[in-house]
Write a protein that binds this ligand. Structure first.
Ligand SMILES: [Zn+2]
Length: 287
């Protein structure tokens, strides 16, 4: 981990990853390129409007879609994670709305009524990738002698699109692997579930990228939020190779870039594997 550039603002968890994509471990068993990658998002039936609130001390505009509150396209916020005002003063892990999984252990369960074998296979492959490359342990709670003893867990469903909560939420938290979602998308969604945000959302992103608002699809501008205040920390530089990074044409309404590097050029994204920067961020979050 590059500690010399570490900016530690609080003990709360606001993580972005570091290092450049050249460091990323490439696992060929996952999607070979992002030519066919889809950008993770919940596909709502009805957009009901927006709601201004505070999440983790940051002012946020959430999209009310069906029965969900969306922070960016594929991050579901539970109302219990919201506060009415910015949290002032030094924050701690206790006051943070973003919770880590205790003992580096993430429990999950497959929703028996909605998941088919394909979804389960993708999720299990994604879990294997996480367990092969991090210290986190993922346990299917239904394999335990007393599954009811586990109250906080990821409830894997097969809904419209790929989406997840961020961090650990009390109770069962849905993580959707829709029929169009890949194993790489599942690795990305697990990233949200353990507490990772989108790489392009980092507060210092304007040092590295340009956002082209005029090219963003109607109603999707919120997917390009930047967190100008708040808490947590960012590691090193923006990692274009992060599995949490949007592609340059994410949510474009006209095929033109919605994101470029500062020099105006586009870049390559991937949904194969956690990058070295992703791994460093996870290690920092779960030391
Ligand atoms: Zn995402």
């Amino acid at each position: 981990m590059k500690k010399q550039n570490l900016l530690l603002l609080t003990a709360a968890i606001w993580l972005f990853s570091c290092k450049q994509s050249s460091d990323q471990p490439i696992s060929e068993q996952y999607d070979p390129s992002c030519q066919a990658c889809i950008v993770e998002q919940y596909v709502p039936k009805l957009i009901k409007g927006t709601m201004d609130s505070y999440f983790n001390g940051d002012p946020v505009t959430l999209v009310k879609a069906d029965d969900k509150l969306l922070l960016e396209g594929d991050i579901i916020i539970d109302p219990s994670q919201l506060t009415n005002a910015a949290v002032s003063g030094e924050r701690t892990g206790i006051t943070s709305a973003l919770k880590k999984w205790p003992n580096k252990t993430v429990y999950f369960s497959f929703d028996s009524s909605s998941t088919d074998e394909s979804t389960r296979t993708k999720f299990k492959s994604a879990v294997k990738h996480w367990m092969d490359n991090t210290d986190l342990v993922f346990i299917n709670k239904d394999t335990l002698d007393d599954p009811e003893s586990i109250s906080n867990y990821i409830n894997v469903i097969q809904d419209d699109g790929c989406y997840s909560s961020i961090g650990m939420v009390k109770g069962a938290q849905d993580l959707s692997i829709g029929s169009g979602c890949s194993t790489g998308n599942a690795i990305h969604e697990i990233g949200h579930a353990v507490g990772l945000y989108h790489e392009q959302s980092r507060r210092d992103r304007d040092k590295y990228i340009i956002i082209y608002t005029a090219n963003i699809d109607s109603g999707k501008a919120g997917n390009f939020n930047k967190y100008a205040s708040g808490n947590g920390f960012e590691l090193d530089t923006l990692d274009f190779g992060s599995i949490m990074m949007y592609p340059y044409n994410a949510f474009s309404k006209n095929g033109k870039p919605t994101i470029t590097k500062k020099d105006g050029t586009t870049y390559t994204t991937q949904r194969r594997a956690l990058s070295q920067g992703d791994l460093d961020a996870v290690e920092h979050m779960y030391p």
